[in-house]
Write a protein that binds this ligand. Structure first.
Ligand SMILES: Nc1ncnc2c1ncn2[C@@H]1O[C@H](COP(=O)(O)OP(=O)(O)OP(=O)(O)O)[C@@H](O)[C@H]1O
Ligand SMILES: [Mg+2]
Length: 246
């Protein structure tokens, strides 16, 4: 579904991502680990096409098409969706209205009331999107937008940070459902790239491949669960030296 070929990305003439190559096949979920400031969010935003992230080398191929010169909205229409780490506040735009508009445009068939209730969001529906939302409310709101959009490729930037234990259960189960992890891989319609520091999401989503991104370069790649165990045991310093790419 997604292929990055030797992708290099700069912001304000500073190179922040170097020679990133990875392939996420249909139906797979891959995980990006890395210390603060290593370039994880920048990679997601560059894949989505944020104009401040300049691609200086390499290619982004999505569903067989080169997309690196396409606008953000074109990529979104092709099926990319992002669950932001820090989504913008949009004054005058209610969560309910955003969900209605997105669900209508994408024909996702989402029942807005049912869905906001299931994510414990009904009380926020009439408030401006992200205005004064708590950390956990932002995450549930982002997830409700994913259900409205139903993208074929989901990029989830720290879906669990700041979420309490009860809501983690709720969010984890919903993400598992959205990524269709309970059905055979061949029948799944969605793929995903998830960023996590805590790894809590891996209790709910049995991810496939994992990468460790250090200083803008991928230093290690292996099964997500094994890589997370390795990072917990030895820290990111060891990832720099790790040659285990099996
Ligand atoms: N708009 C910008 N202008 C200048 N520098 C930026 C901009 N956006 C990102 N950077 C820099 O790029 C680097 C990577 O940032 P990024 O947000 O991708 O890190 P991250 O791996 O997601 O970190 P975290 O785990 O803290 O979320 C940082 O040094 C950051 O300051
Ligand atoms: Mg980040």
């Amino acid at each position: 579904m997604l292929e990055l070929k030797e992708l290099c990305v700069s912001i304000q003439d500073k190179e922040i991502l170097k020679d990133i190559s990875l392939t996420i096949p249909d139906g797979e979920t891959h995980v990006l680990f890395g210390p603060n400031g290593s370039g994880k969010t920048s990679l997601l935003l560059a894949i989505l096409g944020y104009p401040q992230f300049k691609i200086t080398k390499g290619e982004i191929i999505f569903n067989g098409k080169r997309v690196d010169s396409m606008a953000v909205d074109e990529r979104a229409r092709m099926g990319m969706g992002v669950f932001f780490q820090r989504p913008p506040v949009i004054k005058g735009m209610k969560l309910n209205d955003v969900l209605k508009a997105v669900a209508k445009k994408n024909g996702s068939g989402m029942d807005i009331n049912k869905s906001t209730e299931a994510l414990n969001l009904s009380y926020l529906a009439e408030r401006d999107i992200n205005a004064g939302y708590s950390g956990g409310e932002i995450k549930r709101s982002e997830l409700s937008q994913m259900f409205a959009q139903k993208p074929s490729f989901l990029m989830l930037d720290e879906p669990e940070s700041g979420v309490d234990i009860e809501n983690m259960k709720l969010i984890g189960k919903k993400i598992r459902m959205l990524l269709e992890r309970d059905i055979e891989k061949e029948k799944r319609m969605r793929s995903s790239l998830i960023i996590t520091h805590t790894g809590y999401i891996l209790d709910y989503v049995d991810a496939d491949m994992g990468y460790s991104l250090i200083n803008g370069s991928i230093k290690c790649r292996k099964h997500a669960g094994r890589l997370f165990e390795h990072i917990q045991k030895f820290g990111f310093k060891e990832c720099e030296l790790c040659q285990d790419t099996a």
